[in-house]
Design a protein around this ligand. Structure first.
Ligand code: KG4
Ligand code: ZN
Length: 346
């Protein structure tokens, strides 16, 4: 049983958790949404500075809420890739310092592997293989979880992430930030079939049809822009109908592609991660598809879907139990494919 102190600072959440294998002893998440709201998106320099200001209080709070002392901690972990380099550096530097001072091993964790581990936190009996659909503000990926630490990226977005598309559409409708929850709320009052939007299919070379698993959301966003310009010229924009139609298209596309991945690879389980997992349209479509194709679908509680350090600690605990640790020379990286996670360990 490994007890891990884990730190997550890859984007705009400063998070620290204490995790014992798949059990969360404490999980502190301090969101910077208010700080970035004025700018309509995350400002990297502000994010790093804010992480630096509150990381120490978050660590103290996580330790005291878990009721553990340093002797009770087996290893210190931090997200080291992918993410904003300045933001990642704050968490990794804090984790390495604690590891040196308290003579503990250090583990760097891949942020997307962390999101996959949110499913293990929510379903402690879950075992690979399964498909993880990861839909956040920064990522949209369908990941085939073959085994612990063994991943294959089946599909991903070619442009905007799903959450980013929600945020951009909300901005062009003047709804505020972050856009996902606002569009979701408005969509409940709108007609999802009011407007038809493109599904963002990726053409294969030489006109050989479409890529079966990849996503594209920027065309959908542009279509919403053109639609609202047209509607505005004609009179008022039926905002709820636009929101419902957009959400419906995104949910349909995410469901179609991930169900195809699962069926093609003989997987009977789909788990969801990232902030867009909260979306009511996606939940509805995936639950219906699961029934139709006899698949199991797991939506972890939202506190594990959005960025948090508990999922990072859970991934680190598994690696630590398998004898993996990272070098103190491990550097942060803004990008790294999830199938390369084992390169982080020695
Ligand atoms: O996972 P997350 O908290 O942070 C990232 O790592 O990106 O995801 C945040 C994203 C934002 O783009 C937000 O608009 C979106 O998740 N989101 C939603 C909903 N709640 C949050 N998108 C659609 N529907 C929602 N209910
Ligand atoms: Zn994330």
């Amino acid at each position: 049983m490994a007890t891990i102190l884990a730190i997550e600072t890859s984007c705009d959440e400063t998070a620290v958790a204490i995790v014992k294998n798949r059990q969360v002893l404490s999980s502190i998440v301090s969101s910077q949404i208010e700080l970035h709201k004025t700018y309509g998106g995350v400002v990297p320099e502000l994010a790093s500075r804010q992480h630096l200001e509150i990381i120490n209080p978050c660590i103290s709070q996580a330790m005291s809420e878990a009721g553990v002392d340093w002797q009770g901690i087996d290893a210190i972990a931090a997200t080291c890739t992918p993410g904003l380099v300045g933001a990642l550096l704050v968490g990794v530097a804090a984790a390495k310092t604690l590891a040196i001072v308290h003579h503990k091993p250090f583990l760097g964790v891949h942020h997307l592997e962390g999101h996959i581990y949110a499913s293990y936190l929510a379903q402690p009996e879950l075992q690979p293989p399964f498909l993880c659909l990861l839909v956040s503000g920064g990522h949209t990926s369908s990941i085939y979880v073959k085994d612990y630490g063994e991943y294959q990226l089946l599909g991903s977005t070619r442009d905007d992430a799903a959450g980013e598309a929600f945020d951009k559409v909300a901005r062009l409708l003047n709804l505020g930030y972050p856009g996902g929850p606002i569009i979701d709320r408005l969509a409940q009052q709108g007609n999802p079939k009011a407007f038809e939007l493109p599904e963002g299919r990726i053409s294969l070379p030489n006109g050989n049809g479409y890529h079966p698993y990849d996503f594209s959301f920027s065309g959908m966003k542009t279509a919403v822009l053109r639609l609202t310009e047209k509607l505005e010229a004609e009179g008022a924009i039926p905002v709820a109908d636009v929101a419902a139609s957009f959400q419906n298209t995104v949910a349909k596309v995410l469901t179609k592609r991930s169900v195809k991945c699962a069926l093609d690879f003989g997987l009977d389980t789909i788990t969801i991660g990232g902030g867009v997992a909260a979306n009511s349209g996606l939940r509805k479509y995936l639950t219906e598809a699961a029934e139709k194709y006899s698949l199991k679908v797991y939506f972890p509680p939202l506190k594990f879907c959005t960025d948090n350090a508990a999922m990072i600690g859970c991934a680190a605990a598994q690696h630590f139990n398998l004898g993996h640790t990272s070098s103190l020379d491990l550097e942060v990286q803004s990008r790294m494919s999830v199938d390369r996670v084992m390169e982080l360990y020695q």
